[in-house]
Design a protein around this ligand. Structure first.
Ligand code: MG
Length: 238
């Protein structure tokens, strides 16, 4: 560990979350690790879908998919708006993946269970996929609600209106909520509402895809590459 990394970890230890009573987590690459092959399968299925619908070769479909993702916030939104794609057909197809590489993380489940207050999932994906992931991780009992792309009326993160809906549904003041996500831009609207924000650092290429957005220093309150350790270290009311 470098000196600066050591200082960062030290700064993270004991971070004060005593004001937080609503805990909002992204799903993919946040509640499970980005390098376990699960999201790589989803990305491949998204490209497969674009190949099929737009009759493109794989490389051209990949480029097209990234273009739609960047301009519309999700590939699905782009396919719906530019090609009249059926949302259910797309969501069922891209999330039809093998979860055998996903291993339950007892440490993380225990850390989540120990958080005082209510826990939620806020994903640009779909709730059927979220339910499969959470069941596989043996975490399905830990979350009160999953907000997915349908609940959000197809207004994905980082569209500000999605966050306002989520805060209203939580029935909690935004400053008493904390949000965790592996994509930094998804934290910007949360911070603007007054939530405490935590970035799950990963080495994955996906962080660089999608809508481009300036991130100010104050948008991210905390960062970590180990969610379980982070949650074990923070100060809460419990
Ligand atoms: Mg994610």
């Amino acid at each position: 560990m470098t000196g600066s990394a050591a200082e960062q970890e030290k700064a993270v230890a004991g971070a004060d979350f005593r004001h937080v009573s609503a805990w909002i987590f992204d799903l993919d690459n946040t509640l499970y690790r980005a390098d376990n092959g699960v999201f790589a399968q989803i990305e491949r299925r998204m490209t497969d879908y674009v190949m099929r619908i737009l009759d493109l070769e794989r490389e051209a479909a990949w480029v097209r998919q990234k273009d739609l993702y960047r301009r519309y916030g999700t590939t699905l939104n782009g396919l719906m708006q530019e090609h009249g794609c059926d949302a259910e057909d797309y969501l069922n197809f891209v999330h039809d993946i093998d979860l055998s590489s996903l291993i339950p993380d007892g440490d993380l489940a225990a850390a989540l269970a120990a958080l005082p207050g209510r826990r939620f999932v806020f994903t640009n994906g779909c709730r059927v996929h979220a339910a499969r992931i959470l069941a596989r991780l043996e975490m399905d009992h830990l979350f009160e609600e999953v907000w997915d792309i349908r609940t959000l009326n197809f207004r994905p993160k980082p569209e500000a209106s999605a966050y306002a809906d989520v805060v209203a549904a939580c029935r909690v003041d935004a400053p008493r909520a904390a949000m965790f996500d592996d994509i930094p831009r998804n934290l910007v609207p949360a911070r603007a509402l007054g939530m405490t924000t935590v970035w799950l650092r990963t080495d994955s290429p996906w962080v660089g895809h999608g809508p481009q957005m300036d991130i100010a220093e104050g948008d991210i309150d905390h960062e970590t590459d180990n969610l379980s350790q982070f949650l074990h270290n923070i100060r809460t009311q419990s």
